[in-house]
Design a protein around this ligand. Structure first.
Ligand code: NDP
Length: 483
C-alpha cells in the first residue's frame, strides 16, 4: 500500500504541500520503519486553512440540513466500502492489529458520519408562546471549529469531531497528532468525494505549536481536543482568552469493580478488553481493577490463563490480537511504570517486559496487590498495564474508586441488579458500564467528569456543543415605555 500521502495538508478541497515546515517522519510501530514524511504546517498554511474554513462556512450553513446530511451519509457509505484499505492505513499509522482496525476505526467513523448525517435535517429551535407575543429560537452553527486529535484513534477522532461540526453547519480544521498524521487526510478526501464543498473539512499537520496557533486565532470559534489532561489545561486556557467554545476529551484512570457474585469469565473479558485492546492505549480503560478479596486469587489465576491466548505478532495478520505500542516513547513510558510498580511493592503477576522482535512491543502486564497510593494506581499510563486492587465492602470500594482527579469511565461486574445500578449512580464518571466495558456507540454520549473533560461527544448531546441558540422575541402589539 502507498503510505506516503500526496501532500501533507488538505485545504480548500485539495492536497497542499509546504516543505518549509518541520519534517515529521511517520513510523510504522510494528517495525520502526519510516513509511511516510509530512511537513508541519507553516504559519502560511495555518492561515490558508483558516481562511478557507471561514470563507466556506456561510454557504454550508445556508444549505438545508437534509442536503448537508445527505453528503455526510454518502461519505459514510464510501468509508464502509473502503473499510479494508482504511483499516490497513490505520494499522500503519498506529500499529493496532488489523483484527481491531477492521471493526473499530473506519467503521466507527462511518457510524458518526451516518448518525450526524441523519440528525442534520432534524436540528431545530423551538417556539415559546408568551400570551400574544412569542419567542422563537434558532439553532445556529458556531462558525469555524478546530479539532485536535490524539494518536490512538486517528480516523475515529477525525470523524467524531468532523461529523457533528459539519452536521450543525460549521466548517472544521483538524490537526491530527504528529505521531499519526495519515488517516485524517483520507477522511478529508472521502468527504470531498461525497460532495462536501471545498474548505469545510481541512487537515493541517504539526506538533503542539500548530495546534496552539489554531486555538489562539481570533477567527476560530470552537476547539475540540482529544488529549491528555496537561495538554487540556493549556488548550482550555488558550481558548478561554478568546471566550471560545470547547470540548475537552481528556485522560482517565478508570475503576472497574468486580464483586464476589460476578460472572468471573465476563469480568475477565471486561478486564482484558478494558486494559489490553489497542495495547492499552485507550482513554477510558478500566486500569484500576478492584476485585473482591474472596475471588481475587481465582480471578488472577484465570486471567493469567486467558492472557496466554493473546496472539502477539504482525498486526497485519488477521489472527494477531495484540500489537505494538504506537511509539518507542510511549512504550518506554509504560515500561517506566512497570519499574515503578515493582519498586513501590506491587506484585508482578504477568508480563512486564518487552518482546524480542522489531517494533515497539511489550507484553500485556498485570500487577496484583496494588494499593491506592502507588503511582500505577494514580497516574494514567496509557499502555498495557493493569493494576488489580482488592476490596471488602461496597462502601469502601466506592470511596476508593472515586478518589481520583479523573472521571472518564467506570465499570461494575455483579449479578445483583440493585447493587449494579446503585454503584453506577455512585460513580463520579461520565460513562459507566454494568457487566460490560468500553462500548462506545455513537448513539450514546461520551465524555468525562472532573479533570477528564468538558462537554460530550457523540449522540444528540454533541449537537449542543457544535451549535448555539439565538433567541428572537416577537411582540405582536404596541410597546410600552416609561416615558
Ligand atoms: P497529548 O495531550 O500529548 O496531545 C493531544 C493533541 O494535542 C496532539 O495532537 C498534540 O500535538 C496536541 N497539542 C499538544 N500541545 C498542544 C498545545 N499547547 N496546543 C494545542 N494542541 C496541542 O495526547 P496524546 O496524543 O499523547 O494522546 C494520549 C492522551 O489522550 C491520553 O491522556 C489519553 O487519555 C487522551 N485521550 C482521551 C480520549 C478521550 O476521548 N477522552 C481518547 C483518546 C485519548 P502533538 O502530539 O502532535 O504534539
Amino acid at each position: 500500500m502507498q503510505t506516503q500521502p500526496k501532500a501533507s495538508h488538505f485545504i480548500n478541497g485539495e492536497y497542499v504541500e509546504d516543505t518549509n515546515g518541520t519534517p515529521i517522519e511517520v513510523i510504522y510501530p510494528a517495525t520502526g520503519e519510516v513509511i511516510a514524511t509530512v511537513y508541519a504546517a507553516t504559519p502560511e498554511i495555518v492561515d490558508k486553512a483558516i481562511t478557507a474554513a471561514r470563507d466556506a462556512q456561510a454557504g454550508w450553513a445556508a444549505m438545508t440540513g437534509t442536503e448537508r446530511g445527505r453528503i455526510l451519509r454518502r461519505a459514510a457509505d464510501i468509508m464502509r466500502e473502503r473499510n479494508h484499505d482504511l483499516s490497513i492505513l490505520e494499522t500503519y499509522d498506529t500499529g493496532k492489529p488489523y483484527q481491531e482496525t477492521s471493526v473499530a476505526d473506519a467503521t466507527s467513523g462511518a457510524d458518526a458520519l451516518e448518525y450526524f448525517g441523519g440528525l442534520a435535517a432534524s436540528l431545530t429551535g423551538e417556539h415559546i408562546q408568551l400570551g400574544e407575543d412569542w419567542v422563537y429560537t434558532r439553532r445556529e452553527p458556531l462558525g469555524v471549529c478546530v479539532g485536535i486529535g490524539a494518536w490512538n484513534y486517528p480516523t475515529q477522532i477525525a470523524c467524531w469531531k468532523g461529523a457533528p461540526a459539519l452536521a450543525c453547519g460549521n466548517s472544521i480544521i483538524f490537526k491530527p497528532s504528529e505521531t499519526t498524521p495519515l488517516c485524517a487526510l483520507k477522511v478529508a478526501e472521502i468527504l470531498v468525494e461525497a460532495g462536501l464543498p471545498a474548505g469545510l473539512y481541512n487537515v493541517v499537520q504539526g506538533m503542539g505549536e500548530v495546534g496552539a496557533s489554531l486555538v489562539t486565532d481570533p477567527r476560530v470559534d470552537k476547539v475540540s481536543l482529544t488529549g491528555s489532561v496537561p495538554t487540556g489545561r493549556k488548550v482550555y486556557a488558550a481558548a478561554a482568552e478568546g471566550i471560545k467554545h470547547v470540548t475537552m476529551e481528556l485522560g482517565g484512570k478508570s475503576p472497574m469493580i468486580v464483586f464476589e457474585d460476578a460472572d468471573i469469565e465476563n469480568a475477565i473479558s471486561g478486564a482484558i478488553l478494558g486494559n489490553f485492546y489497542s495495547s492499552g492505549q485507550i482513554c477510558s480503560n478500566g486500569t484500576r481493577v478492584f476485585v473482591h478479596r474472596d475471588i481475587k486469587e481465582a480471578f488472577l489465576k484465570r486471567l493469567a490463563e486467558r492472557l496466554e491466548n493473546a496472539v502477539i505478532g504482525d498486526p497485519m495478520d488477521p489472527n494477531t490480537s495484540f500489537g505494538p505500542m504506537v511509539s518507542k516513547r510511549q512504550m518506554e513510558i509504560a515500561l517506566g511504570y512497570v519499574e515503578k510498580g515493582k519498586a513501590e511493592g506491587a506484585r508482578l503477576v504477568y508480563g512486564g517486559a518487552t518482546i524480542d522482535r522489531e517494533g515497539f512491543y511489550m507484553q500485556p502486564t498485570v500487577f496484583a496487590d496494588v494499593t491506592d497510593d502507588m503511582s500505577i494506581a494514580r497516574e494514567e499510563i496509557f499502555g498495557p498495564v493493569m493494576s488489580v486492587l482488592d476490596f471488602e465492602t461496597e462502601e469502601e470500594v466506592m470511596a476508593r474508586a472515586n478518589a481520583t482527579e479523573f472521571g472518564l469511565a467506570a465499570g461494575v461486574f455483579t449479578k445483583d441488579l440493585s447493587r449494579a445500578h446503585r454503584v453506577a449512580a455512585g460513580f463520579e464518571a461520565g460513562t459507566c458500564y454494568i457487566n460490560t466495558y468500553n462500548d462506545a456507540p455513537v448513539e450514546a454520549p461520551f465524555g468525562g467528569m472532573k479533570n477528564s473533560g468538558v462537554g460530550r461527544e457523540n449522540s444528540k448531546a454533541a449537537i449542543d456543543h457544535y451549535s448555539q441558540l439565538k433567541t428572537v422575541y416577537v411582540r405582536m402589539g404596541d410597546m410600552e415605555a416609561p416615558f
